[in-house]
Design a protein. Structure first.
Lengths: 322, 138
């Protein structure tokens, strides 16, 4: 591998740019790794290459492709398919790419609802002609203008292409990115289709875990939210009644959030063996509660338990309006 | 085209509801033939995934039967079941599935008649709602 550089492509689909930042956050170490990397494509954020440049490359000419972000526009789907054709290994990189992520909560609403809010109902909207984005428009009778199509729902990457590996996190911790790149460079990758993770839950690496502090695990007697007051900084958040999703979330982050008194929201993705993050969260949380009354105190359960994973859940989207 | 019949899945606890279903049969009580019973060790064994997966694979209604509170063979399995079910219920309603399509009932091994009645009522409710709209995920 020393004489041959690893050719890397990075695509930002429906993402915010945080995942791209996580790659940049490798900082000095990235400089060390760079001599063995050749970034052939990193768009539309970092490198000055265009979509057509990637389209012009020969098939399977890129070693590794990272895709961040979900599929909402036809542009995302098209470019993901181009990435699949050009890259030998495709990694769904970050919570959006692997599970649908925060934008995935839009699946609780229809495309029509979203357009209605965005282009008509909001206070700051000034749209007297009632115009909504159209995929194509003929301007002045001669300029054929196009926009990508807005799909009815958000989808994770694996619903449009085959994905070789998944990396969770919103954004992924830069150490995970680095581990993945090093593993790829060394050729030490897990079986295709698996998550690149240490396989441990957030609770496993969390210093507050009663197991780690030699405390007795109690049944949860109240449901609290962070707006109800600051949690005790040393005691397990779940034990205090804060809805922490640590038990079912991959702990590659090293329990960053719980270390700063914030309950885990589940961005790391499900621990191995979990098919549907939110439903497993129900099992885990409901069985440690003291009584049925507490269940009804959990606010907005769909958006709490499926904050990062609604499009990749078994239901995937809201079934219909009721 | 023949008339649509709802596809109903029942997760029955081995110690109570399944025995109740057996008794309903021995006592010759009528209940709909489109009820498909799956025996589980305990209502606490029914993971939320089972219910949603059943809907995804074409069930129009899912019924969970367990022992009466205090009667659980494993002491507290049905208490866990009711908490999970209550939370699942809130999620499924938010996701747009009608609440009549999923039900948790306590039916003991001696309540054969009650099992038959519950099945008849459940079938009737689901039949009124029509086919379930849970299709393939996105």
């Amino acid at each position: 591998m020393a004489d041959k550089k690893l050719r890397l492509a990075v695509l930002m689909a429906g993402a915010c740019g945080g995942c791209d930042m996580a790659i940049v956050d490798i900082s000095e170490t990235l400089v060390d790794v760079l001599p063995s990397l050749e970034v052939v494509f990193w768009a539309p954020t970092v490198a000055d290459v265009k979509y057509k440049d990637l389209e012009a490359m020969p098939d399977k000419s890129v070693d590794v492709g990272l895709i961040s972000g979900m599929i909402r526009l036809s542009e995302h789907e098209h470019m993901s398919k181009v990435m699949r054709a050009k890259c030998n290994v495709v990694v769904a990189y970050g919570a959006c790419a692997s599970m649908g992520g925060i934008p995935g909560m839009a699946n609780m609403h229809t495309k029509e609802d979203i357009f209605q809010t965005a282009y008509f109902d909001t206070f700051s909207t000034d749209n007297p002609d009632g115009i909504t984005p159209q995929p194509s428009y003929l301007m002045d009778g001669k300029y054929d203008l196009t926009l990508p199509e807005f799909y009815p729902y958000v989808r994770p990457i694996q619903s449009v292409i085959d994905v070789d590996y998944f990396i969770g996190g919103c954004p992924p911790h830069h150490s995970v990115v680095l581990n993945a790149l090093v593993a790829i460079l060394k050729g030490e990758l897990p079986p295709k289709g698996s998550w690149i993770t240490n396989g441990k839950a957030v609770c496993d690496v969390c210093p507050r875990n009663p197991r780690n502090t030699d405390e007795k695990r109690e049944i949860v007697k109240e449901v609290r939210r962070t707006i109800d007051g600051d949690p005790d900084e040393n005691k397990c958040l779940l034990q205090q009644g804060y809805m922490c999703l640590g038990p079912i979330t991959q702990g590659d982050c090293g329990a960053l959030c719980t270390k700063v008194n914030i309950p885990c929201a589940g961005c790391g993705g499900p621990i191995p063996g979990v098919k549907d993050f939110g439903l497993r969260a129900i099992s885990a949380i409901a069985s440690i509660l003291d009584n049925e009354e507490l269940v009804n105190q959990i606010p907005s359960p769909v958006k709490l338990f499926y904050r990062y994973s609604l499009p990749s859940s078994l239901l995937g989207k809201k079934v219909k309006k009721v | 085209m023949s008339e649509w019949t709802p596809n109903l899945i029942v997760f029955a606890c081995n110690w109570c509801t399944y025995q109740g279903a057996d008794l309903a049969g021995s006592l010759r009580y009528d209940y709909p033939s489109n009820v498909k019973i799956i025996r589980v060790p305990c209502s606490g064994r029914v993971e939320p995934e089972f219910v949603v997966e059943a809907f995804k694979k074409g069930a129009d209604g899912v019924f969970i039967g367990g022992c009466h509170p205090g009667d659980c063979h494993y002491k507290e399995g049905n208490y866990k079941a009711i908490r999970r079910f209550d939370l699942l219920k809130r999620i499924l309603i938010d996701m747009g599935i009608e609440k009549e399509r999923f039900q948790l009932e306590w039916i003991s091994g001696s309540e054969g008649k009650r099992f038959a009645e519950a099945m008849n009522a459940f079938e009737k409710n689901v039949r009124e709602l029509g086919p379930c709209k849970v299709k393939e995920g996105v």
